[in-house]
Design a protein around this ligand. Structure first.
Ligand code: PBG
Length: 324
């Protein structure tokens, strides 16, 4: 029955009525909070490119993780800034590396908080690429797989609850699954950055993680933003190789792919609301151009409505506070 019998405004009349028919929920338990961990003691330094986000020494990372846990955020995602870098990225699989030490410290202090470790070499290589280089400067896929597998084992030994490869090498989920299983980590889940696009929205992160490539770009391994069918293929291949959770990254320019991958695979799905998406809202809010709270909650709700179960976001603590 059309108008005038049908009037959709009837159910919009009050806040309580709107709540009764709301289709999508947004809760602190949907969030993962990323942390940038650096060496040193008692250090907390603002990241200029990401207002509100700091470089944290391990003691501060433990404190920050505890605050997130107290707000019912179930997980943190760790990125490390090593003291030194080399061409191989050997800091990634150093058992005393910054992420390994932070993982142990956070798990000791907050055993129930889930620690997810980002698994990539770009923060650890002097050239800033996500894998081993061939003489011509291209990234050698197959030579990188062993390094990633070694890193996964080191992270698992440190106590990481979930291993999250973000490098975009072909076959890495299989290599990591195999290595974990060989070491009896058969119960360690893999959260695969499955559809990770070569995006301008990682700009602030590369300053935060000091991981900008020294030459060239990541288009030889990260996906072309124009490709949707290929993103679905990436997710399906990762599932075949053993991924437990798949990811779409960035989130807001790729909501169609969150929906498609969710519908086509039915897998638990994470979306990464990346650094550039974060600073767009932050900068606009700081300039007085939009309401931060409403904009953040709307953006995160949109990501959930598109089909994401999990949202990795730098807004996690703010949003959790607003949602309490
Ligand atoms: C590492 C990695 C990146 C991000 C997460 N893991 C950067 C990149 O691929 O260049 C980006 C996260 C963000 O922008 O918030 N490969």
């Amino acid at each position: 029955m059309p108008f005038p019998q049908t009037r959709l405004r009837r159910l919009r009349a009050t806040r309580v009525l709107r709540g009764l028919v709301r289709e999508t929920t947004l809760k602190p338990s949907d969030f993962v909070f990323p942390l940038f961990v650096a060496h040193g003691v008692d250090r907390r330094e603002p990241i200029a490119a990401m207002p509100g986000i700091d470089h944290l020494s391990i003691d501060h990372a433990v404190q920050e993780a505890g605050e997130a846990a107290a707000m019912n955020i179930p997980a943190v995602l760790l990125f490390g800034l090593p003291a030194t870098k080399d061409t191989e990225g050997s800091g990634a699989w150093d058992d005393e590396g910054v992420v390994q030490l932070a993982t142990r410290a956070i798990k000791d202090a907050h055993p129930e908080l889930i620690v997810i470790t980002d698994l990539c070499l770009c923060e650890y290589t002097s050239h800033g690429h996500c894998g081993a280089l061939r003489p011509d400067g291209s990234v050698d896929n197959d030579a990188t797989l062993d390094l990633l597998a070694k890193t996964a084992i080191s992270q698992a030994h440190a106590g990481a609850d979930i291993i999250a490869p973000s490098d975009m090498m072909d076959g890495r989920v299989r290599a990591i699954r195999q290595a974990l299983d060989d070491e009896d980590f058969t119960d360690k889940p893999i959260l695969a950055y499955s559809a990770k696009f070569a995006s301008a929205f990682y700009g602030p992160f590369r300053e935060a993680a000091d991981s900008a490539p020294a030459f060239g770009d990541r288009r030889g391994y990260q996906m072309d933003p124009a490709n949707g069918n290929e993103a679905v293929r990436e997710a399906k291949l990762d599932i075949e190789e053993g991924a437990d959770i798949v990811m779409v990254k960035p989130a807001l320019p790729y909501l169609d792919l969150i929906r498609r991958i969710k519908d086509e695979t039915g897998m638990p799905l994470a979306a990464y609301n990346v650094s550039g998406e974060y600073v767009m809202i932050k900068a606009a809010a700081q300039a007085g151009l939009l309401d931060e709270r409403q904009a953040v909650l709307e953006a995160l709700t949109g990501i959930r409505r598109a089909g994401a179960d999990i949202i990795i976001t730098y807004h996690a603590k703010d949003a959790a506070g607003w949602l309490q």
